[in-house]
Design a protein around this ligand. Structure first.
Ligand code: PAF
Length: 281
């Protein structure tokens, strides 16, 4: 497995593999601190394309001024070992200057969608995500790019971006990977104390409850939201950011749930903001 540091090297790699091997290329964008959720993305990529690049870049533009950019977990050696074990061909680990040269003034903004759900609580977040992912997609020109369903709002923003910019990559969404007790895997779970981790299970409980309600035939959005509010109210230490039932493509609230509707929650366990969701039906 090669480790590449510059966009020029990454572009050359992608062009060479495609031309020489007549092969398909997959991209797995990450911010490192890789866990079993990322491993599942790399595996899915390896099973569906010829060559796989994993990017590891803690993207400063998607963090707000009071967020955790500086302390975001970084574990480059372990990340490379995991990427290699899952069959990645390349790890792309650029510096901040490489992706954002001095004076960089170009950003990608998916208006509307970027102000909903996580974008509402984290202004500018999706602008940063869309900008860095478009830089990666332009450099690699992958056939497929792989993302986790856990960041369901991010998926909606990126799908729209790829469609609007007429990029060629297919966005592949892989299922949420959970701990045995239901907690969705996240690089930020390392921040949680034992008490906060126990509180954090409220998110997956609310998500499972929504899935059960849908399976029982309930369709009124108000019932899904009320049920989740009650579940969160039973654990007062956890602070709800949002509970939402939305159309997954537009992130606009729906009144009646349908197969494919997105039920999503975000909440703070201590100082750590966590998210979870289910695609109903
Ligand atoms: O989902 C993430 O880890 C990040 O938002 C991404 C897509 C790698 C962009 O920095």
């Amino acid at each position: 497995m090669e480790i590449l540091r510059t966009v020029a090297e990454l572009r050359a790699w992608s062009r060479r593999e495609r031309k020489d091997g007549g092969n398909t290329i997959g991209l797995v964008p990450t911010m490192g601190a890789l866990h079993a959720g990322h491993a599942s993305l790399i595996r899915a990529a390896k099973n569906s394309v010829g060559f796989v690049a994993v990017s590891i870049f803690v993207n400063p533009t998607q963090f707000g001024p009071n967020e955790d950019f500086a302390r975001y977990p970084r574990s480059f050696e372990a990340d490379c070992a995991l990427a290699q074990a899952e069959g990645a061909d390349v790890v792309f680990a650029p510096s901040v200057d490489e992706l954002y040269p001095a004076g960089a003034a170009t950003f990608v903004e998916v208006s509307g969608l970027s102000e909903r759900l996580d974008g509402k609580s984290r202004p500018g977040h999706f602008r940063g995500v869309a900008t860095v992912v478009s830089k990666l997609l332009i450099a690699v020109e992958p056939d497929k790019a792989f993302f986790g369903q856990k960041d369901a709002a991010q998926v909606a923003v990126l799908r729209r971006m790829v469609s609007d910019l007429r990029l060629a990559a297919e966005i592949v969404v892989c299922p949420i990977v959970r701990e045995a007790d239901g907690l969705a895997l996240s690089s930020r779970n390392v921040y949680l104390s034992a008490e906060e981790r126990a509180q954090a299970l409220t998110l997956s409980r609310a998500v499972r409850q929504a899935e059960a309600l849908f399976a029982s035939g309930e369709r009124r959005a108000s019932r899904f939201i009320e049920a989740a509010r009650e579940t969160f109210a039973a654990v007062p230490e956890i602070r709800v950011d949002y509970i939402a039932l939305v159309d997954w493509a537009t992130l606009e609230p729906v009144e009646i749930a349908a197969p494919g509707s997105l039920f999503a929650v975000a909440a703070w366990a201590g100082a750590t903001r966590l998210i979870d969701n289910a695609i109903l039906g």
